[in-house]
Design a protein around this ligand. Sequence first.
Ligand SMILES: [Zn+2]
Length: 264
Amino acid sequence: MRPLTATELLDAWERGRTASPLHRALLLLALACPEWSPEQLAQLPLGRRDALLLQLRAWTFGPHLDSVADCPACGERLEFTLDSRQLAPDAHPPQLPDPEPQPVTPETRLEGQPLAITLRLPTSQDLAAALQEADPETDPQAARDALLRRCLLDVRPREEGQEQTGPLALPHPLPEPLAIALAQALEAEDPLADLRLELTCPACEHAWQAPFDILGFFWQEIDDWAWRMLREVHLLARSYGWSQEAILSMSAWRRRIYLEMVQA
Ligand SMILES: [Zn+2]
């Protein structure tokens, strides 16, 4: 994995403008990780994929993330800065060859019956397939179930001291306590997949957890940067007749000096 050049980032922005968030994530990572095939990237567990995005974002815009959130209790707007190294202190970007993630085996019950469950961590492919089945905006439960079912490798009754019985078919929809237990087990194994910020309002001291969407955040920054960059290219090309390629290959520092001279 390597940082993207300004030209690559601008191309990714243009190609990703009409794409889904999922495709944007894979588009950026495919450019930054040429040593990985698109299929390998799509099969990364979501938290590992997001660790790569955090790394790429830190290389692109620096380790600090300036963010805002509105207090759900009093409406006060919080402005805060996050450090990507604190967001994901243990997130070592995966290396090739990537070891198969260990299956997750939560201990849970269905109607009092202990179950032996084997799950795998969800990937971008799973998420794309689950989104085809159900829209999380209109039916979050069905979308969650679709994702969990794709990740279920095996379910069978667990009988102490008895011979294992055959696999069990789970009811539709998944019983709520079971779905929650499965989701919690996946989250514990891959915490970056559902990153949450612990926030406290300075005005009313209300404390809450806010989800943090690294891709949405990164893409918004790329969008802001791209519009700014196109304007800089426009001003410098018009003044000096330089090509877009020449202007983008300059350091940001040198580009700014020329811009100051043009605008002086
Ligand atoms: Zn508040």
